[in-house]
Design a protein around this ligand. Sequence first.
Ligand code: PEP
Ligand code: MN
Length: 301
Amino acid sequence: MSMDAPTIKNLNLAASRPDRPRTVIDVSGVRLGGEFVVIAGPCSVESEEQTVRTAIAVKEAGAKMLRGGAFKPRTSPYAFQGLGLKGLKILDKARRETGLPVVTEVVDTRDVSWVGEYADVLQIGARNMQNFSLLREAGKSGRPILLKRGMLSTLEEWLNCAEYILAEGNGKVVLCERGIRTFETFTRNTLDLSMIPAVRSQSHLPIFVDPSHGTGVLGLVEPMCLAAIAAGADGLEVEVHVDPGSALSDKDQQLTPEAFGRLMKKALALRTFMTEMGESGGSAGASPYHPEGNAFDDWVD
Ligand code: PEP
Ligand code: MN
């Protein structure tokens, strides 16, 4: 069997097929899966000033979308849970100020439709990856969905969760690798970059990488962003905060705008180099993992 042939069974809609082009999702002119896209912004929306200043800074550095959590899934019920509706209104303000489309998490089935009115892309977080009711609602909403990998999930489980959304008639799904639990404790999670070519071999859906949650270690974010680009990621999600020391969540992993600017210079240069080599993801031309040519000679339905 060719290395490119899908081997995961029962993915009626999420699997690569010779007659199925790679998915490109247009979000207000930003083409997820069709161009290299960096989504950046704070872990949590904390105030208008913090969010708008961060949004302006990440846009200046080259980010194409703004992230920020208004509903935060936290380990402790006493930790900052997000500003909720107030946070969504702040994100809306930041979008109007910068023109950046907004990615924000939804954690509750009951909130999908109204949060979807504020979000350009709804994020389903690692802890909710297998919340099947939430996946179905996300499917029904028709909004673009960024589906993060569960921290204890296999590729097969992850792609089946994407299938839940697709099966509701919503084809706008982007996958995001964000690290898994292993015995390693130096890093917050173990970022599984092998999932980039693995996803590309099995599915037509765009694959993003989040090295902020994937490592939880400031100094590892930039090298893992670059490694993700080298491995063919369609884009990145990176946490950036105007004043990381004062952040109400994930203060140890959020880049300053200056550090993000330096990272972006390298990221864009590397992506250009990969494109010239013909080695970048499907979003920029030929790819060794792209299901085309003879890759499906032995593909079996
Ligand atoms: C996030 O991106 O805000 C987040 C909570 O990530 P994850 O679900 O991957 O932990
Ligand atoms: Mn975070």
